[in-house]
Write a protein that binds this ligand. Structure first.
Ligand code: 6R9
Length: 667
């Protein structure tokens, strides 16, 4: 294989590092054997270019429609409807039709609990489980159009509940189990959910951690919720509200395993998923049925070269993120794939747990995030070396830019220098993969997501919206609507228009910086707005700032994402304390340290542990422009230990000296 020329620098994860690496010369073309039996061929690009809408229709025909569509696309910019007039049931597509095709005995899910307990669920069993859950939701009063919040660990019931909602046409809103009671409350409230499905708890890092208390706290303030359906997972004690709370075991198993599914309109809402925007209030991204499922299934098949009869696929994401929605639930199940679902963390009970799982189930396709790859790199090559990873044949990456060094390590150490690596760019809003190599077709290039998939039209434009030439940089945009695009922000069409469609005329603004290299391949450079990316999770600076200023000791706060070798970015907060707290912290280092820890815990409680700042720096002033805007750029310089950039627009250039003095109060 061609390994040579340029090598990845230590700073490869930073934008500056990436710019240097645009001259990456390593190429990994597919082997002739791989190409010969690959799902995708080069003709896909030609067909999509010749007739884009016809190409998407061809992809939609892979699904079962109860009524055919009349029009492929109705585009009233920026509002799209796909496969208009068509009707289908998403759950039937993901489950029943495989059983009817004689594949009922195929394993849908090899589930592995963190403590080592396992469950094997065939498509036939999954169908029965989904029907029982659907009947239970009906018994609890859920009807088509009602919203259901799901706050569960990675247990099979999470998948079953999502599909039961899809079957009924009751949009789900999955809230990541690591989010706080307050985050859950605001999401339940925004969607006016009628039912919350949760569990007593789940296993993480070798311990049972409770979930139900957060639900109790949230639901005390959300009058829309009629019932809380509780899965028993850990057997831990739970507080109980009679009449409201219901055990899963008491209502679901006794239901009929038959449910006659209704066909829903192609544009019927499938789910809402909240993601951070540039303001404190998370955006409820709305996805609908036909177009979403079409693109999930198409991308899952082609990007991962899925051969459903023989592959064992594993996506390590949590179901609370969009990757779990599209590439654990909807894409793989629509394609009749066999997959592994793992409940816990990669280092429990030992650092080789993931590789042990790959060996145990003979995983052939692995889809994970750069932050996990970099963590495994840190743990050392000898960990994966203890396991047989020869079953792997395709490796995927998602969530943030993958630096070439990590890419090459992934391919070499996990993929035995044999597997294609696909770096897939997409977002909660895009619903499915948009930019990625195709294994079997593309000669891959470490660090670059390369080109838009067939059917997708991406570009990089400058400030004025003009397309940049090869070698140029700017903003990533999408020029044409795509089937799995978000339809709006739940309850806020105007915010949808403002956020995505107002920056440039007639183009979707993704919020990411990007470059085109000399071959025209795309390099994603991270967010250009105030959204941080921590371990592949989107967290807005404003959200963390709001959490900080909600603490009585904080007068003002500014938050930046600083480059972090493992998590991509780390959260660094600069805070000005209020009078007495400020005096105490200034006089006594221990008091200063105590307040720093208190604030870190406070943010974790308000938003969730993923938002806990890596560092909190107590400062006397914040750098502001004359118009009062905080200059985050300068704070980033401080957080990343760089010398300061241009300070001439500061209202008071001396504040940076004051900030320098405050740096003793790190965490
Ligand atoms: C799927 C998902 C979306 C943001 C996106 C971008 C970053 C995702 C990436 C990537 C570079 C990749 N991102 N994949 N950056 N290369 N392959 O992650 O959705 O949680 O909504 O995040 O993540 O910044 O805008 P979401």
């Amino acid at each position: 294989m061609t390994t040579g020329a340029s090598s990845a620098g230590a700073d490869a994860g930073t934008s500056a590092g990436l710019s240097n690496l645009l001259h990456e010369e390593r190429r990994f073309p597919p082997s002739p054997e791989f190409a010969a039996r690959a799902v995708a061929g080069p003709d896909l690009y030609e067909r999509a270019a010749a007739d884009r809408l016809g190409f998407w229709e061809e992809q939609a025909r892979a699904l079962r429609w109860e009524r055919p569509w009349e029009r492929v696309l109705d585009w009233q910019p920026p509002f799209a409807q796909w496969f208009v007039g068509g009707q289908l049931n998403v759950a039937v597509n993901c489950v029943d039709r495989h059983v009817e095709a004689g594949l009922g005995d195929r394993v849908a899910v090899h589930w592995e609990g963190e403590p080592g307990d396992t469950r094997t669920i065939t498509y036939a069993q999954l169908k029965d489980d989904v029907c029982r859950a659907t009947n239970a939701l009906l018994e609890l009063g859920v009807r088509k159009g009602d919203r259901v919040a799901i706050y569960l660990p990675m247990v099979p019931e999470a998948i079953v509940t999502m599909l039961a909602c899809a079957r009924l046409g009751a949009p789900h809103s999955v809230v990541f189990g690591g989010f706080s009671a307050e985050a859950l409350r605001s999401r339940i409230d925004d969607a006016q959910a009628k039912l919350v499905v949760t569990s007593d708890g789940g296993y993480r890092r070798g311990k049972a951690s409770a979930l139900k208390p957060a639900v109790d706290e949230a639901v005390a303030q959300t009058p829309s919720v009629e019932h809380v359906l509780v899965v028993r997972r850990t057997g831990g004690e739970v507080a109980w509200t009679e009449g409201r709370d219901v055990w899963w075991d008491d209502v679901v198993p006794r239901q009929s395993a038959e449910h006659a599914a209704e066909a829903h309109d192609s544009e019927h809402p499938l789910y809402i998923l909240y993601t951070s925007g540039t303001t404190g209030k998370p955006k409820g991204i709305l996805h609908t049925s036909g177009g979403y499922l079409t693109q999930c299934a198409y991308t899952h098949r082609n990007v991962f070269d899925l051969q459903p009869e023989t592959d064992v696929y594993w996506c390590t994401a949590d179901i609370g993120w969009v990757t779990g929605h599209s590439y654990i639930v909807y894409g793989p199940l629509a394609n009749g794939a066999t997959q592994v679902v793992y409940e816990g963390t990669p280092d429990t009970p030992h650092k080789g747990r993931w590789w042990e799982i790959v060996q145990k189930y003979g995983v052939t396709i692995l889809y994970t995030a750069p932050t996990a790859i970099r963590t495994c790199m840190k743990w050392g090559d000898d960990v994966p070396a203890q396991f047989d990873l020869s079953s792997l044949r395709v490796l995927g990456s998602v969530g943030e830019p993958i630096n070439p060094e990590a890419w090459v390590w992934y391919r070499r150490t996990i993929g035995g220098d044999r597997t294609p690596v696909v770096d897939t760019w997409w977002q909660t809003e895009t619903g499915a993969i948009m930019i990625s190599p195709l294994p079997g077709v593309t000669a891959t290039k470490p660090g670059s997501a390369q080109v838009a998939l067939p059917g997708v039209v991406a570009d990089v434009v400058d400030d004025t919206g003009a397309s940049v030439p090869d070698g140029g940089g700017g903003y990533l945009v999408l020029r044409e609507p795509w089937p799995s695009m978000l339809r709006t922000i739940w309850g806020d069409d105007q915010r949808y228009v403002d956020t995505y469609w107002s920056r440039f005329e007639a183009m979707y603004f993704a919020g990411d910086g990007a470059k085109k290299d000399e071959d025209g391949d795309l390099w994603l450079l991270g967010r250009v707005d105030d959204v941080m990316n921590v371990s592949g999770h989107r967290i807005s600076t404003t959200e963390v700032e709001s959490a900080l200023v909600s603490h009585p000791k904080v007068a003002e706060a500014a938050v930046v994402g600083a480059t972090d070798p493992t998590t991509g970015q780390g959260i660094v907060a600069f805070v000005i304390l209020r009078g007495a707290a400020a005096e105490a912290a200034a006089e006594d280092a221990e008091a200063g340290e105590a307040v720093v820890q208190e604030l870190r815990r406070h943010v974790a409680k308000e938003i969730g542990p993923i938002a806990k700042p890596r560092q909190v720096m107590v400062v006397a002033e914040l750098p502001k422009t004359r118009s009062g805007k905080i200059m985050r750029r300068l704070l980033r310089d401080v957080a990343e230990n760089r010398s300061l950039g241009d300070v001439t627009t500061l209202a008071d250039p001396t504040v940076m000296n004051l900030i320098g003095q405050g740096l003793g109060s790190g965490s």
